[in-house]
Design a protein around this ligand. Structure first.
Ligand SMILES: C[S@@+](CC[C@H](N)C(=O)[O-])C[C@H]1O[C@@H](n2cnc3c(N)ncnc32)[C@H](O)[C@@H]1O
Length: 244
């Protein structure tokens, strides 16, 4: 009986993957990863050059990503079917051999793997290898501490309603906004309303090729990639501290 081993790959730079993940990936005979149709997949890109020549690959292509509203029943049922299918398929392969599932960042932090993880409980042995979350790569790219002293750090999804984003931005010290991409304008308006725009940074493709770090107020953002995070740094007990 094999295992399903989900390897957190870190924020993008392959050098930021754990030694353990690197070892498992190089030895893998079966490697699965999520991707959007027609794209190579970010997780697969991170391990480029690491896979054994005889490794079998299983691209798990989302049936839908942004084409349908994510709170609609069509979207939910298509994805449920997709995850059911891959949970079954991977557990069949794992009867014979270990299967590696690649996941950018940390698998348990807003990762798609958790939809397989819940379906695979009791069916197969599962291991999850922690990864550095994308946001850690992003605040490292800015080069300033994200949270100090008694700071309360809030992590929100850019998909939230504008009023909710504003409310959360008002009620925290350090702020991380994930899934910024197509929500950038909304995020920007929410931060402005909360009086946090001046301290906000936009990090696109943190630690990846093409990384971009900019003050959000200076970004004329019509386009923003999927891999983008907005950060507002906390100031801890140092009110004079501002990320420069
Ligand atoms: C579905 S979540 C997956 C998070 C991942 N499991 C992690 O630990 O970071 C995808 C979102 O993470 C953020 N993200 C992850 N890595 C990133 C990076 N290197 N640079 C910018 N944003 C990143 C983006 O906001 C993206 O929309």
């Amino acid at each position: 009986m094999g295992r399903i081993i989900c390897c957190g790959l870190g924020p993008g730079d392959p050098d930021l993957m754990s030694v353990r993940a690197d070892r498992e990936i190089r030895a893998a005979k079966h490697v699965a990863y999520f991707r959007k149709k027609g794209r190579p997949g970010q997780a697969r890109c991170i391990v480029e050059g690491l896979l054994a020549r005889d490794a079998r690959e299983y691209p798990m292509e989302y049936p839908v990503t942004t084409e349908l509203p994510f709170d609609g029943t069509d979207y939910t049922s298509m994805l449920a079917h997709f995850y059911d299918h891959w949970a079954q398929r991977l557990s069949e392969i794992a009867r014979e051999a270990d299967v590696i599932v690649l996941c950018e960042g940390d698998p348990f932090f807003y990762g798609s793997f958790m939809h397989l993880h819940s379906r695979l409980q009791g069916r197969v042995a599962i291991e999850v290898i922690a990864g550095i979350p994308g946001m850690a790569g992003c605040w490292n790219a800015v080069g300033a501490p994200i949270a100090l002293g008694d700071d309360v750090m809030t992590v929100v999804m850019g998909t939230l309603a504008e009023e909710e984003l504003t409310r959360r931005a008002c009620g925290c010290d350090a702020l991380v906004v994930m899934k910024t991409g197509r929500n950038l304008q909304k995020v920007r308006r929410a931060l402005e309303a909360a009086g946090r725009l001046d301290g906000a940074w936009l990090i696109e493709r943190g630690t990846m090729p093409g990384q971009r770090v900019a003050r959000l107020k200076d970004v004329d953002a019509a386009e923003c990639p999927y891999f983008a995070i907005v950060l507002v740094h906390g100031r801890g007990r140092r009110p004079e501290f501002v990320a420069e």
